[in-house]
Design a protein around this ligand. Structure first.
Ligand SMILES: C[S@@+](CC[C@H](N)C(=O)[O-])C[C@H]1O[C@@H](n2cnc3c(N)ncnc32)[C@H](O)[C@@H]1O
Length: 265
């Protein structure tokens, strides 16, 4: 007798947004381990019946000038792709320009800050303004300047001075921004002690334009000499003042504390 087909519960909560990751192996390439040539994320929005394909093959190019792990790159790129306004992005910590390159391809203008820009071939970029100097001195003026103009900042990447005081200073200056649109601020290295602590102890909670904060969009990506590095944090600012109490989310804090016990320099 033929077996009865198993009934699967295919009912989907209409409000959930699921991300399906498919690995598509196209050609078997010669390299020993790398068989994956294309990785596509299908973002399926059940509620609105939208299925969009999000191609991240350009992220998998092993760009050594970009100091972020693959998962951090994918998340940062995904957020950028989905921003509605892409006038200006501010980058704190240009280094070799790996991430500046991604920003420059997506925004009309990028303002990239670093102590110096000697490691960058500036001729590669035609829409980047380079702000050279310590952000403890340059950032406040830059933000005040933007406040006075019509230009809309919608993305800020914080990856410069990783000391507690350095991160505090960068956050303090970012909080001077009067958002003209939704602003996504990403913090790199939130699993590095002083970065995480500064975010949690900063004035973020008391700023009326901040709507959401989470230190753990992404977790630790490397441990060097017993020091944890990597992790992406997010802060979302909006033009209207919020009317609720804000808390700093640390979604993966239990794991952070557990790993911190053995990697705590
Ligand atoms: C980790 S690297 C940035 C990596 C880059 N975001 C990337 O993804 O490739 C940190 C950079 O911040 C710069 N930096 C450190 N302290 C700074 C400060 N106080 N002001 C401006 N830049 C600073 C360093 O010179 C360095 O280039």
């Amino acid at each position: 007798m033929a077996k009865k087909p198993i009934k699967r519960n295919t009912k989907v909560n209409p409000t959930t947004k699921t991300i399906k990751v498919e690995k598509i192996i196209e050609d078997k390439i010669e390299s020993k381990t790398e068989e994956i040539t294309k990785l596509v994320i299908n973002n399926i929005d059940k509620k609105n019946n939208i299925e969009e394909t999000f191609d991240i093959s350009h992220i998998l190019n092993n760009d050594t000038t970009w100091q972020m792990s693959i998962d951090e790159r994918i998340i940062a790129d995904y957020i950028i792709q989905n921003l509605k306004v892409k006038d200006i992005a501010i980058e704190i910590g240009s280094l070799k320009g790996g991430f500046t390159n991604i920003l420059a391809k997506n925004f009309k203008k990028v303002i990239s800050c670093d102590l110096d820009h000697k490691q960058i071939d500036k001729n590669r970029f035609n829409n980047v303004e380079w702000v050279t100097g310590n952000t403890r001195k340059t950032l406040a003026e830059l933000i005040e300047d933007i406040n006075d103009k019509e230009d809309k900042v919608s993305f800020i990447f914080v990856d410069g001075d990783h000391t507690y005081d350095g991160v505090m200073s960068d956050i303090e200056d970012i909080l001077l921004l009067k958002p003209k649109t939704t602003v996504v601020v990403l913090f790199h290295d939130t699993w590095y002690k002083s970065v995480r602590l500064a975010i949690c102890e900063s004035e973020i909670k008391n700023n009326k334009y901040v709507y959401y904060v989470n230190t753990d969009l992404c977790s630790v990506s490397s441990v060097v000499c017993k020091t944890m590095w990597g992790g992406l944090g997010i802060m979302i600012m909006k033009p209207d003042e919020r009317d609720f109490e804000l808390s700093i989310n640390q979604s993966n804090d239990l794991m952070y504390l557990e790993l911190f016990k053995s990697n705590n320099r």
